[in-house]
Design a protein around this ligand. Structure first.
Ligand code: 3PG
Length: 209
């Protein structure tokens, strides 16, 4: 049985989206996120280091680590072999969804339209990523898209920062909010883990009902 995404989130409603240039930053990053109150993190497959970063962060033990920007079934396979416990994609791809089913990991495909959402629901999924949430129109767009689909749950991601959190969490269809603002590449490059911890704790605090 595939674990539901709600278990992956483990009570938090914040999903840090990470683009980590080097595996050497994985452990201090995992420590800062976990200490800030995050319970999971999405490592995007946008760098050559992604697999190693998933491995290192999963070994840290303080977070449920998933893979993001997964575009192909082959990437999903590599991500799960590296220790990813969930898979996120910017769009809806049947092969990625089928592979994740086979591997029994939760998959969260991105949708930007009602048509894509209908395809995801037809594939048996009930949780999707609304991407890119802010350029699509933010919480207003989300509310309008969600209205015909009361069974759908959303993880809006894309262009969201701390100031917009409350507006997204006011939507009952929002399961969690994702974003890279908690651990931006600039902070990773200068090793400012204290600031990553602070941003994470701030977001976790504001995500509480
Ligand atoms: C993603 O891959 O989910 C997005 O690039 C994250 O969006 P953000 O960087 O605007 O938070």
């Amino acid at each position: 049985m595939t674990t539901p995404l709600t278990s992956v989130l483990a009570g938090t409603r914040i999903l840090p989206v990470l683009t980590v240039p080097s595996p050497t930053t994985a452990i201090p990053l995992a420590a800062a996120l976990a200490e800030g109150g995050a319970r999971c993190a999405e490592v995007t497959f946008r760098t050559d280091a992604a697999e190693q970063v998933v491995k290192a962060m999963a070994a840290h033990g303080g977070l449920t680590v998933g893979a993001g920007t997964v575009l192909t079934a082959e990437q999903a396979e590599r991500a799960v072999a590296a220790g990813a416990r969930f898979v996120v994609s910017p769009g809806f791809d049947e092969e990625v969804v089928a592979k994740c089913r086979e591997l029994e990991v939760p998959v969260v495909p991105g949708v930007a339209t009602a048509t894509e959402l209908m395809r995801a629901l037809r594939a048996g999924l009930d949780t999707v990523k609304l991407f890119p949430a802010e350029p699509l129109g933010g919480p207003d767009a989300l509310r309008a898209l969600a209205a015909p689909f009361p069974q759908a749950r959303f993880v809006p991601t894309g262009g969201i920062g701390i100031d917009r959190l409350a507006d997204y969490f006011a939507e009952p269809s929002v399961l969690a909010v994702g974003g890279s603002w908690l651990a931006p590449v600039a902070l990773l490059e200068c090793g400012d883990y204290a600031e990553i911890l602070r941003l994470t704790a701030q977001a976790v605090e504001r995500s509480r009902p």
